[in-house]
Design a protein around this ligand. Structure first.
Ligand code: ATP
Ligand code: MG
Length: 350
């Protein structure tokens, strides 16, 4: 199917803060690939908190429609206010739902330099993207002794099974073929129990024993974080419900240096959207020093998911080369280069 496309329609949603600086860099890197991919057609689309502030909606209908008409997309970052702003809700959460992007896949790999002293990290976090506490059904009531707030946590067999399948598929393509299920079923035996049992059962429902050689382990989320910091090399594919996956993947990112390096994709059966793991970084936004490498790697992941392996490899190799040489790095990696200079170094390698 990939060969049949005469052009690759890519929606670009820089959104807020440094998203506006790093997404154009990812676009330039994709454009440099030439004939490794079908001719890219880019669509600049609006969303985010600034969009909400100026138009009253964080996710305009035109953006959703344009995406439904595209093959894939790159998303920058949204600034999320910590206190509730009336009428505002995160466009990324809405997009994941509307496009049914049920998986967030975040590979975390240590940079060659650090790998000598520290254990080498080479894992991928597969985070369920549509349910858990993110169904956002919260209520607050007043009682005699004060306010009482509640949240609903939803876990379904369907969502757990499809995220499980995706984790097993990823494991098939990796040398260690190990899936670790992250849960807290010692406390949440019903919800996390269902997640754990459903994923454990995935190989039983697979055709022709497809996942028979994949080793399954499981870990309670708190001890998983502890072991992640002490012996990250024990992990290969970690699959987790939404909230644990969120926390684990940020923690894993800290192991390899900078949030500015860690890419992700939001994937569904019909669409894929690349998104750097970092946020809008208001502390450095607008200064031209944001690290563009997480976004360029997100573009690579997106292309890989679509089957454009050569293009993805070339982007990854260019990024790895720039990091390994260590000459042109943004301040988060100890360098003093600008976003544009890092991009230029990557483009030169491509
Ligand atoms: P948000 O609410 O949008 O997530 P945040 O304040 O949590 O914003 P993050 O973007 O998550 O900020 O970043 C956390 C820290 O990591 C910040 O100090 C930020 O400057 C730094 N950081 C994140 N991404 C990058 C990047 N691409 N380049 C350099 N530094 C980054
Ligand atoms: Mg953040």
């Amino acid at each position: 199917t990939t060969a049949a496309r005469s052009s690759l329609k890519i929606g670009l949603i820089p959104a807020d803060g440094i998203g506006k600086e790093v997404i154009p860099a990812a676009r330039a890197a994709i454009e440099a690939l030439g004939s490794d991919i079908p001719k890219p057609e880019f669509y600049n689309l609006d969303a985010g908190f600034e969009c909400f502030a100026s138009t009253g909606t964080a996710l305009p209908e035109e953006t959703v429609e344009a995406l439904q008409d595209s093959h894939c997309a790159l998303f920058g970052a949204v600034s999320s206010p910590i206190t509730k702003v009336t009428g505002y809700s995160s466009p990324i959460v809405a997009l994941r739902k509307k496009l049914d992007l049920y998986a967030n896949v975040r590979p975390v790999v240590s940079v060659a330099e650090n790998a000598q002293e520290k254990p080498r990290v080479d894992l991928v976090v597969v985070r369920e993207n549509t349910e858990c506490l993110y169904v956002k059904q919260e209520t607050i009531t007043s009682t005699e002794s004060g306010k009482e707030a509640r949240a609903t946590r939803l876990i379904t067999e369907r969502a757990s099974r499809r995220i499980g399948r995706l984790a097993f598929e990823l494991a098939l393509g990796r040398p260690r073929q190990l899936v670790t299920i992250i849960h807290k079923s010692n406390v949440l035996s019903v919800t996390d129990g269902l997640f754990r049992e459903t994923i454990r059962a995935v190989p039983r429902f697979a055709e022709n024993g497809r996942y028979d050689n994949i080793q399954i382990e499981e870990q309670i989320v708190d001890s998983a974080v502890y072991r992640l910091f002490r012996e990250p090399q024990i992990y290969d594919v970690m699959v987790a419900p939404n909230l644990y996956g969120d926390i684990i993947s940020d923690a894993a990112a800290a192991l390899v240096g900078s949030l500015g390096l860690v890419p992700s994709i939001n994937a569904g059966d019909n669409f894929v959207m690349g998104e750097p793991v970092h946020g809008s970084a208001p502390d450095i936004a607008g200064r031209g020093i944001a690290n563009p490498l997480a976004s360029i790697r997100s573009a690579a992941l997106m292309l890989r998911h679509l089957g454009y392996l050569n293009g993805a490899d070339r982007l990854d190799k260019a990024v790895d080369g720039v990091i390994r040489e260590g000459q042109v790095l943004t301040p988060d990696l100890g360098g003093s280069s600008k976003t544009q200079e890092v991009l230029d170094a990557v483009l030169k390698k491509i």
